[in-house]
Design a protein around this ligand. Sequence first.
Ligand SMILES: C[S@@+](CC[C@H](N)C(=O)[O-])C[C@H]1O[C@@H](n2cnc3c(N)ncnc32)[C@H](O)[C@@H]1O
Length: 296
Amino acid sequence: MPTIRVQIRAPEIEAKRISEVLERAFEDEGNPVTVYETKADGSEWAAEILLFDMAAEEAADCVRDRVGSDAFAAPVEAEELPEENWVEKSLEGLKPVRAGRFFVHGSHDRDKRPANALAIEVEAALAFGTGHHGTTAGCLMELDRLLDRRSYSRVLDLGTGTGVLGIGIAMKTRRPVIATDIDPIATETAAENSRKNGVGALVTCFTAAGVDDRRFADYGPFDLVVANILAKPLVRMAAPVSRRMRREATLVLSGLRIEDGPRIISAYGMQGFRLVRRRAIEGWLTLVLTRGRIGA
Ligand SMILES: C[S@@+](CC[C@H](N)C(=O)[O-])C[C@H]1O[C@@H](n2cnc3c(N)ncnc32)[C@H](O)[C@@H]1O
């Protein structure tokens, strides 16, 4: 599967704007978008997106087509990357992340675990969730806070990726968690990470798109659901996810840009949920909503 890097070089502000345009344009597919300095003095930056399974020229055209009226003046350059594990490569050397009582780290940073932390070891893998992204960190912080305040008996981590959130919940509560993902590589990774982190017996992983699978009925109804997906699928899943939840329940939603907040609040508001907290990290929004008599 050829990986094509499409890069647009521009001054910092423009490059950051372009990266946001790219993220929005490829929101449904979730292609990785990054923005970084290309010159040490900060005079040039690049916004970059990875596309798969197409030729370089086609990838450049695809980017130009998708950005439509948001087209940018800077030239679009595309090149095929040599066969490598680009997800792993781009995550190499990441530093540990502290989010509430959680400390997410790779095996190379095991010796840095603070004594009082709940340390989650996650390697850069073909699944999302090393704790570095604002959405994962936001969820971990809100989960840490919520789990200090009350106990939950049926918990679902929907779109588990590496399993980082489900593992964190299981570590903190020592209770069962269901962790699911549309991507079988993610669920395999999450199951393996759960075992490595000593919560394999508590975290049940399975592959499913959304929550239609009948196993959700067996394990639910849930009183806590965390879903770090994207705004569009979360809006689409508002009714089915809510149906899998108890009347008194808490939802932690992320994967949202700041501007997505109102449509998410409105979609879940129609299912009886109200917003109790919001946290923004680097432009990414995490929302906590509750239904019934549960407070923040
Ligand atoms: C942004 S990652 C979040 C990973 C991890 N939970 C975290 O917080 O870092 C989103 C995950 O949701 C999964 N996903 C996307 N759409 C989904 C759907 N309809 N049903 C279940 N999982 C989905 C993706 O495969 C991906 O692993």
